[in-house]
Design a protein around this ligand. Structure first.
Ligand SMILES: [Zn+2]
Length: 63
């Protein structure tokens, strides 16, 4: 008896869609290029948020 070769073994970190083990390695662990780019974009966005930048949360006299 042959196993179903489309049995999902991982889930896409971006959309949560099941990704088959036999899926294209290109986008793994993502289900597609779009999800990979979305995740990469989020990651880059996080990296670009530098703490202690030009944002002054304690700037008084504004209100
Ligand atoms: Zn996805």
């Amino acid at each position: 008896m042959q196993e179903n070769h489309t049995t999902p073994c991982i889930h896409c970190p971006t959309c949560g869609k099941p990704v088959a083990c036999s899926a294209q390695e290109k986008w793994k662990p993502f289900c597609c290029e779009r999800c990979k780019l979305i995740d990469l974009g989020d990651w880059l966005d996080e990296k670009q948020r530098i703490p202690g930048g030009h944002v002054s949360p304690d700037h008084d006299g504004i209100e």
